[in-house]
Design a protein around this ligand. Structure first.
Ligand SMILES: Nc1ncnc2c1ncn2[C@@H]1O[C@H](COP(=O)(O)OP(=O)(O)O)[C@@H](O)[C@H]1O
Ligand SMILES: [Mg+2]
Length: 262
């Protein structure tokens, strides 16, 4: 009930204002809430790396967030923890009313399987399966999936479904990976440098597909990049530096992806 009323509320707001969904509003609870997260890697007898050094962030339903920061600042570590792929050394991570840092394996597996979609720099498609079959791997085990064909159409690949990865361009392969990630209708879509291996033109198509997922499926999107130009398409830009949040910036308006050039 709570979720439905929040959604209706947000949609009504959208309809009357015509503006992009607000990133957060007074009284709206965060979807994901991290407090005092740390991650320490021991790399040798006497050396340890503090990948995260006390991160506090709140991320809201339907928000489009860009996570910026230099190489080694802790972006991937944070994203993996947000997605339940890794555990923090200390601190808490809450998804709605569930404390994921206290959760049992079953709850965590369910969170990863049903709530989170992941997109990485390298597409990790199975070469011997077609685009459609790569997406079916996920839709076969999800609770309320989209049809693989619908997921592929959403990313502009309706006419490429029966192609193998080797018959697709890098940008098309990444869009198959996006279709695979979104076919389970994730509430949270986490993208680690999704355009890192792509040229500008195909990178733009990939960002457009991700933006569409945010707009049409209402997923909270977090995109890691070290390309500051991409930050303009976000509701909010969170900058990491040395394992800490250095800055949080709210864009006055989201810039359409097709206006970007980098
Ligand atoms: N599995 C690991 N073992 C040891 N150190 C790691 C591991 N993963 C990341 N690190 C270190 O943690 C820091 C943050 O890494 P990472 O989160 O990958 O940064 P970013 O994604 O911003 O480049 C870096 O110093 C990196 O070398
Ligand atoms: Mg990284």
């Amino acid at each position: 009930m709570h979720r439905v009323s929040l959604l209706v509320d947000t949609m009504a707001d959208h309809a009357t204002s015509g503006a992009p969904f607000p990133a957060s509003r007074d009284g709206l609870h965060p979807l994901l809430s991290a407090r005092a997260l740390t991650k320490v890697y021991s790399t040798g007898v006497a050396t340890e790396v503090r990948a995260l050094n006390g991160v506090d962030i709140d991320l809201f339903e339907r928000e489009f967030v860009v996570l910026l920061g230099p190489s080694g600042s802790g972006k991937s570590t944070l994203l993996n923890i947000l997605g339940g792929l890794d555990n923090p050394s200390s601190g808490t991570l809450q998804f709605r009313d569930t404390d994921l840092t206290e959760a049992d394996d079953r709850t965590l597996t369910q969170y990863r399987r049903e709530t989170v979609g992941f997109i990485f720099q390298f597409f990790n498609l199975i070469p011997s399966l077609t685009a459609r079959e790569n997406v079916e791997l996920i839709t076969d085990i999800a609770t309320d999936p989209m049809a693989p064909e619908d997921a592929l159409a959403l990313v502009g690949l309706a006419d490429r479904m029966d192609h193998f990865p080797s018959e697709l361009s890098g940008g098309e392969q990444q869009r198959v990976a996006i279709a695979r990630a979104i076919a389970k209708r994730p509430e949270v879509l986490l993208c680690d440098e999704p355009t890192g291996a792509l040229d500008v033109r195909t990178g733009t198509l990939v960002l457009e597909a991700i933006e569409r997922v945010n707009r049409e499926l209402g997923a909270l999107v977090v995109i890691i990049t070290h390309n500051a130009v991409i930050a303009d398409i976000a509701d909010r830009v969170i900058s990491l530096s040395d394992g800490r949040v250095a800055r949080v910036h709210r864009n006055a308006a989201r810039r359409p992806v097709n206006e970007l050039s980098w």
